[in-house]
Design a protein around this ligand. Structure first.
Ligand SMILES: Nc1ncnc2c1ncn2[C@@H]1O[C@H](COP(=O)(O)OP(=O)(O)OP(=O)(O)O)[C@@H](O)[C@H]1O
Length: 341
C-alpha cells in the first residue's frame, strides 16, 4: 500500500544542513497497523509529514496506492491527499465549530452536497461513538472524545491510509486503550492501512501488526511485531522492548549467582499457545538438571500470548548441554545471560 523508497530529508539553516531522514526505505502492506517508533528527535514526525508531502522530501519516493506523491503538485496532490487521513497528538479541532461541523469540514472543502454531508457525518459519529455529542463544542469534550472527533474527521473523505502522529500521547492510559481499540476496529471494519508514529512501545504492543524502529534518522530494524519483540536486532530496539517487558535482573542477584558452581542463567521466551506450556516440569522430567526461577511473566503482544522465564539452571556441563538440547527441541528461544566461571 505504501512504499517509501530511499527517502532523504535535509533541513537547511544558517548553521548548515541537518539530515533528519537518511535513506529510509519501508514497505507498509495494505491493511497493516504499522508502528514507527523512535526517541525524541529520531525523525518520526518528519517521516510522517513526508508521507503526505506536508514536508517535501529532499529525495526519494513515496508511493501510495501505486501513485508516486513526490511527482505530484497542485490539484493532483490535493486529490491524492484525500486518500490519506491524519490525526495528531493535539487534535487540532476548530474551536468555533461543533463536533458535527468539525467532521463536516473536509467534506465541505471536497464540495459535497449538504445532504450527503449530513448523512456521512451521521455515519462517522456512529462509527466513533459520539452520536450524543454532535452539537457539542471541542471545549466541552474530554481528550479521548476530542481524538474521536479527530478520527471521524480524518475518515470523512474515505481514505485508504490513516497516519497517526503520537495520537495517544496526550491521553491517560485507559483513554489510550479505548482509542487504540477504536483504531483496531476501524482497521478491521474498513480495511484501512494505519501508520502509528509513537515513542511508546506499549502502543506498538497493543495494536501494531508490524514495527520499524527509527534511530538518528535511519531505520535500524523492522518486521512483524512478534519477530521484532522476540529477536530484536538493535540496542535501541531492545531498550524499547524492555520498557514493556522488563526482564533485567538486579546486578546484586547476578553477582550472587555468579558465585554458584555449575550454574548458568537463561532467559526463555514463548509465543502463542507455548506460553501456557508447563515448561519447567517438562524440562526437569526430561533432563537431569535443577532449576531456580528468577523471573517470570506472561503478557501479550497484540492478541498473541508472550511469556518470559528467567531461570538459573544447575548441573555439570553435560547436563546443561542436555537441557539446551531439550529446550531447542521444543523450539523455544533460549538466551544465556550469565555462565558461572
Ligand atoms: N523545520 C526544521 N528545521 C530544522 N530542523 C528540523 C526541522 N524539523 C525537525 N528538525 C530536526 O529534525 C530532527 C527530527 O525531528 P522530528 O520532529 O522528525 O523528530 P521526532 O522523532 O518526531 O521527535 P519528537 O518525538 O520529539 O517530535 C530533530 O533533530 C529536529 O530538530
Amino acid at each position: 500500500m505504501i512504499q517509501i523508497k530511499k527517502l532523504v530529508k535535509e533541513y537547511s539553516s544558517r548553521q548548515g544542513t541537518f539530515l533528519a531522514l537518511d535513506n529510509v526505505s519501508l514497505h507498509i502492506p495494505k491493511g497493516a497497523i504499522y508502528g514507527i517508533i523512535g526517541l525524541s528527535g529520531a525523525g518520526k514526525s518528519t517521516l510522517v509529514r513526508c508521507l503526505n508531502l506536508l514536508e517535501k522530501p529532499s529525495s526519494g519516493q513515496i508511493i501510495i496506492a501505486g501513485q508516486d506523491l513526490t511527482q505530484l503538485s497542485g490539484k493532483a496532490l490535493r486529490q491524492a491527499r484525500q486518500n490519506i487521513g491524519m490525526i495528531f497528538q493535539h487534535f487540532y479541532l476548530l474551536q468555533s465549530r461543533t463536533v458535527a461541523e468539525n467532521i463536516a469540514f473536509p467534506l465541505e472543502i471536497a464540495g459535497l452536497h449538504k445532504r450527503e454531508i449530513t448523512a456521512r457525518v451521521e455515519e462517522l459519529l456512529h462509527l466513533v461513538g459520539l452520536k450524543d455529542k454532535a452539537t457539542s463544542y471541542p471545549a466541552q469534550l474530554s481528550g479521548g472524545q476530542k481524538q474521536r472527533v479527530g478520527i471521524a474527521r480524518s475518515l470523512a473523505t474515505k481514505p485508504q491510509v490513516l497516519l497517526c502522529d503520537e495520537a495517544t500521547s496526550a491521553l491517560d492510559p485507559q483513554t489510550t486503550l479505548s482509542i487504540l481499540n477504536l483504531l483496531r476496529d476501524i482497521n478491521q471494519k474498513l480495511g484501512l492501512t494505519i501508520v502509528m508514529i509513537t515513542h511508546e512501545m506499549k502502543v506498538v504492543k497493543e495494536i501494531c501488526t508490524d514495527v520499524a524502529v527509527i534511530h538518528e534518522a535511519r531505520i535500524v530494524e523492522y518486521g512483524p511485531i512478534e519477530f521484532v519483540f522476540t529477536q530484536p536486532q538493535s540496542d535501541i530496539g531492545r531498550e524499547f522492548i524492555a520498557t514493556v517487558f522488563p526482564t533485567e535482573l538486579q546486578a546484586d542477584v547476578l553477582s550472587e549467582i555468579a558465585t554458584h558452581k555449575d550454574s548458568e542463567i537463561v532467559r526463555i521466551q514463548f509465543l502463542g499457545s507455548r506460553a501456557s506450556d508447563p515448561i519447567i516440569t517438562d524440562l526437569l522430567k526430561a533432563c537431569d538438571v535443577r532449576a531456580n526461577i528468577l523471573y517470570g511473566s506472561i503478557d501479550h503482544i497484540r492478541s498473541t500470548l508472550f511469556g518470559t522465564l528467567t531461570l538459573e539452571l544447575l548441573g555439570n556441563p553435560e547436563q546443561l548441554q542436555q537441557a539446551h538440547q531439550y529446550l531447542a527441541s521444543r523450539e523455544l528461544k533460549v538466551e544465556v545471560i550469565q555462565r558461572a566461571l
